[in-house]
Design a protein around this ligand. Sequence first.
Ligand code: XIL
Length: 352
Amino acid sequence: MILVPLVALAACGGAGNYAAQTPTPTAGPPAASVDPLRNAAATAGKWVGAAVQSGYLASEPDYVAALSRHFSYVTAEYQMKWDPIQRERGVFDFSGGDAIVAFAEANGMRVKGHALVWHGATPSWVGTLSPRDLRDAVDNHIRTVAGHYRDHVAAWDVVNEAVAADGSGLRDTVFSRGLGPDYIADAFRTAREADPQALLFYNEYDAERKGPKSDRVYELVKDLKLRGVPIDGVGMQMHVEATSYPQPADIAANMHRLVALGLLVNISEMDVRIRTASGTTAQRLELQKRVFHDIIAVCAAEPRCHAVTFWGFTDKHSWIDSFFGADAPLLFDEGYRAKPSFFGVQDAFLGR
Ligand code: XIL
């Protein structure tokens, strides 16, 4: 979405009508002319990824060009979730995910599957099953999907967002209600059997800073490790707001305690909202650059943080606009020009 100063938003009574008449205020260099981000990431020994949608791969040459130049890792933003793959019980459609894998393989990129068990994007039929049928359905879904992508994905988000928002315990979902807390351990065991090579991650949002939720995630994965459940690491989604982002020292401390359990960590879905930041557009973009820089620098400095994935890469296509309001949360603007945030990430990978 196009970025407009807050004062202008207020004057026009909404982002939609004003944004439509405002030219994109950043005029950075085209994606095609800046050094590939994947090279900077490789210097730091990291994979750099973006969430992608197969529709844009097929329809937008600029999208394809920027993606293949700058990223070494892709995640399906939607197409490997339960609903698109098995909307009807027993009927599997891998077309969207397969297109993403084919693109990645043609461009020398790794793929992360996302996500095998998540309360979001789960079709309604799953909620109608008896506990026994639900167990069979989860088992079958994981085996079929992870089996299908075996040898084609480097990693899976096996379980996504299983902890309650306030950190009080597990989230109340169709899975926790029907199967009890052990559905998480079972999902990891099944995923390992279906794809013994893939790294298996637990993925969570808002568990980056110190607090009840990150504590609960830590306890959860510690318990899995102690019980010998095959989990390789934890993804920190990192959907943050520039005005209240988790402090780098807190993120580092949180990563350290997970690493001390023998786990890998990664930043799995980063974007930085600037809608509520004050100042001129240039100031807000500079703030966004600093936030991206300082958070990516934490991963760059942590040897066991192996990858950083952004939840998209161009402000033209971001889930943020529809879920949080018009914003400009990513590394390239709507015209695929590199924003200050792009250079913040590049600097962090290069240790600058
Ligand atoms: C979002 C996608 O970006 C949207 O396109 C989709 O409609 C809903 O899901 N945490 C996650 C992601 O783990 O799967 C979510 O992705 C964003 C929040």
